[in-house]
Design a protein around this ligand. Structure first.
Ligand code: G
Ligand code: G
Ligand code: MN
Ligand code: NA
Length: 251
């Protein structure tokens, strides 16, 4: 509870900052980026989103927080464009945020207010979103896709939903969870993970979906993924999450 009170107070202050982690195509060119929240508490120091995002989802704070993330995503789209290095910007949208009755309306209002181009935004959602109210989710996704937003399934392969949804949702991308990427190209203790990655890539290819491999940490993983036809790589090997200003300097 203390954490939640502190988080509520942190919204709108410089304790919270969105970092950006670039994604690279097979030729090594940046072709996208993911925005990731960072919280530096004045006393506790850095608090991991793996800790405070679940707490925010539980308490409902994810709603004002998610609103702020959307705004920051739009601002980042504009900053990257103004700097002459436009890139599609991916943001994480939590199920609770997506399920708000007027979520599509909120997105439209923020786009209108900021003037950002919807086609530069990608919403990462998890399979957890697909377990309940699938019909409503599909309708809402289509509404957002009709204004230019693209959708990505984050942590793909770790949820419990059936693969049938892949045919029914207007998807642009799958992100292979880093738990699978970690054991490629060949961990003798875990040969199944390489097979899973190859199967995801093959299936995505047939469905016309872009694939981002997450958590790429070694040259061997990168070489394997590129040879297997992965569209884009994201991970510490290539770049760590960084402030937007640092990325613009690095460009
Ligand atoms: O950046 P890091 O790997 O520490 O993030 C840990 C978890 O927090 C990941 O599951 C990531 O998706 C989530 N996360 C990070 N930033 C955001 C955000 O802005 N919104 C939401 N909903 N989740 C986020
Ligand atoms: O759940 P989601 O995929 O949104 O979470 C992404 C998280 O993965 C972020 O918290 C980010 O900081 C982290 N991350 C990004 N690249 C790497 C990496 O190469 N290795 C590890 N261990 N984590 C990474
Ligand atoms: Mn993500
Ligand atoms: Na992920």
């Amino acid at each position: 509870l203390a954490l939640e009170n502190d988080l509520a107070e942190a919204i709108g202050t410089d304790q919270l900052e969105m970092f950006l982690q670039p994604q690279f195509d097979a030729a090594g060119q940046p072709d996208g980026c993911e925005m990731l929240m960072r919280w530096t508490h004045p006393v506790r120091g850095p608090v991991s989103p793996a800790v405070f995002i679940p707490a925010a989802e539980e308490s409902g704070l994810i709603l004002p927080l998610g609103d702020w993330v959307l705004r920051e995503g739009c601002r980042t789209v504009l900053r990257l464009q103004e700097a002459g290095h436009p890139l599609p910007v991916s943001i994480n949208v939590s199920p609770r945020q997506f399920r708000q009755i007027d979520f599509a309306g909120q997105v439209k209002a923020i786009l209108a207010e900021t003037g950002a181009d919807a086609s530069q935004l990608i919403f990462e959602v998890t399979e957890g979103l697909l377990i309940e109210n699938l019909e409503e989710t599909i309708l809402r996704m289509h509404e957002l896709v009709s204004i230019g937003i693209r959708f990505s399934i984050d942590d793909f392969g770790t949820g419990y939903s059936s693969l049938g949804y892949l045919r029914r949702l207007p998807l642009y991308e799958l992100k292979i969870d880093r738990s699978f990427v970690q054991d490629t190209p060949g961990n003798p203790d875990n040969p199944g993970d390489t097979a899973i990655v190859q199967t995801i890539l093959s299936m995505a290819g047939h469905l016309g979906l872009r694939v981002v491999a997450e958590g790429v940490e070694t040259r061997e993983q990168a070489d394997f993924l590129k040879a297997a036809g992965c569209t884009a790589l994201q991970g510490y090997l290539l770049a760590r999450p960084m402030p937007v200003a640092a990325w613009l300097q690095w460009q």
